[in-house]
Design a protein around this ligand. Structure first.
Ligand code: PHE
Length: 440
């Protein structure tokens, strides 16, 4: 359970949710968000749990046991996880550097120039190259080594134990961070902006698609991750109960992140005389530019910095572990090799590729392309195909009986309706709009 929470709680909670919520109706976004969670997120999480737990394998093996023809979907999941792993690690490397830089606000007065020019700059000469290696490549390698070490210890001793350690630590750090952010002058203004509902947005289909997209990404469903993790659960595990705890923990953390991030944005907007909307940003801009600016001006800036970037590292590390677990488990299942051998066989090439791609040049354009590809074809297309196969292959009955055998919360017609009709419909629509926007 801790490992699943660790996978779900990641960069998506801290830097994606606050921004997506703000852009899509603020307080009003809560409604589509909850609808997406209840009609697709939790039902799909249960589905992943049922598939993994019943067929006991990584996605390729579990899907093959479900139906011989489905193995390819599993390998598609594996490929997507390989791609995510390559760049998720990079962001953690940056966050690790920035945890350290927070101590003395090393980014100076202009965090944006520092990030793009000084930190990520493609190195023009040898001494600058050495500096680049020290500040970007080295932390990246360290992130990889830590991740692979934890994975090499196996699921119980490595993944589960690390998650049970990092998750509570993350919560403590993040609660502290939110507490400090709320005490900053202007915090209330930020919260006003985040939570003021714009009900008119609910009429737009984009807002609903954004809500479903956020839920899929945030809960790590349709990636093969939860299938893999549930394959390790005891036969008698309460699957739906665990799923509910994971979903609840993830959404609570997401809400907390929204409050913390917008309180901090309210502070910086007030301090610089801008509108909160003008300083609100998501993703890389929020973490590596907006937050350094806040840290520069806030009381206890260094503490805020270490807590914020440290949280990114811990939240991201357990997500990265889950991504690699899928790949390692798939290799183990296929080649029947031991844990350490599989970790090395997967980890060394991936670490090398990741460092070569992103630790030698800024790699930002590559990251952008990978991210778009993963979001559209990784999640949406794979999820669509997955649900479609399960539905058309008439596997839902068996899977719902499997869930009900050991679970406290029973699934029934509603679950069948959500998985069988709502999710294929939503995923199909998303696939259609995403592809259309890519083509135009
Ligand atoms: N759920 C993670 C988050 O919220 C993102 C993630 C998705 C991580 C898929 C790994 C795989 O950040």
């Amino acid at each position: 359970m801790f490992a699943a929470i660790g996978s779900a709680v990641g960069l998506g909670n801290i830097w994606r949710f606050p921004y997506v919520a703000y852009k899509n109706g603020g307080g009003a976004f809560i409604l589509p968000y909850l609808v997406a969670l209840l009609t697709a997120g939790i039902p799909l999480l249960f589905l992943d749990y049922a598939v993994g737990h019943r067929y006991r394998g990584s996605p390729p093996l579990a899907f093959r046991r479900l139906n011989r023809k489905f193995e390819t979907i599993g390998w598609w999941n594996v490929l997507v996880n390989v791609l995510i792993g390559l760049y998720y690690a990079v962001i953690l490397g940056w966050a690790a550097s920035y945890t350290y830089y927070s101590l003395n606000a090393a980014w100076g007065a202009d965090p944006s120039a520092f990030f793009f020019k000084d930190y990520l700059q493609m190195a023009p000469d040898v001494s600058a190259q050495m500096q680049f290696v020290a500040q970007v490549a080295l932390p990246l390698v360290l992130v990889w080594l830590a991740t692979l070490l934890i994975l090499a210890f196996g699921v119980q001793k490595g993944v589960a134990r690390a998650s049970a350690f990092f998750m509570p630590l993350l919560v403590v750090m993040f609660v502290l961070l939110v507490g400090i952010a709320l005490s900053l002058p202007g915090a209330a203004k930020g919260l006003d902006v985040l939570f003021t509902p714009d009900w008119s947005k609910l009429a737009s289909s984009e807002v609903w698609i954004a809500a479903y997209g956020q839920i899929f990404f945030s809960l790590s469903v349709c990636f093969g991750i939860m299938i893999t993790y549930s394959s390790y659960m005891k036969r008698s595990s309460d699957l739906t109960g665990t799923g509910m705890v994971v979903a609840f923990a993830n959404s609570s953390f997401e809400l907390l992140a929204g409050i913390g991030v917008f309180a901090a944005l309210g502070f910086i907007a007030t301090a610089s005389g801008q509108q909160v909307g003008d300083v609100a940003a998501g993703g890389i801009g929020l973490a590596f530019i907006a937050f350094p600016t806040i840290i520069n001006q806030a009381p206890f800036g260094a503490v805020i910095g270490v807590l914020f970037f440290g949280s990114l590292v811990f939240a991201g590390l357990t997500s990265l572990i889950s991504v690699l677990e899928v790949v390692i488990a798939a290799v183990q299942d296929k080649l029947k090799i031991g844990r350490v051998a599989a970790t090395l066989a997967v980890g060394v090439p991936m670490m090398t590729a990741s460092v070569l791609l992103f630790g030698t040049t800024t790699g930002l354009p590559v990251l952008d392309v990978l991210d778009k590809f993963v979001n559209t074809y990784g999640i949406v297309a794979a999820g669509f195909l997955y649900v479609l196969c399960v539905v058309l292959g008439r596997n839902l009955g068996v899977l719902s009986r499997h869930l009900n055998k050991t679970s406290s919360l029973k699934v029934g017609k509603t679950w069948l309706l959500f998985v069988g009709a709502v999710t294929p419909l939503v995923l199909g629509t998303m696939l259609f709009t995403d592809t259309r926007s890519l083509l135009t």
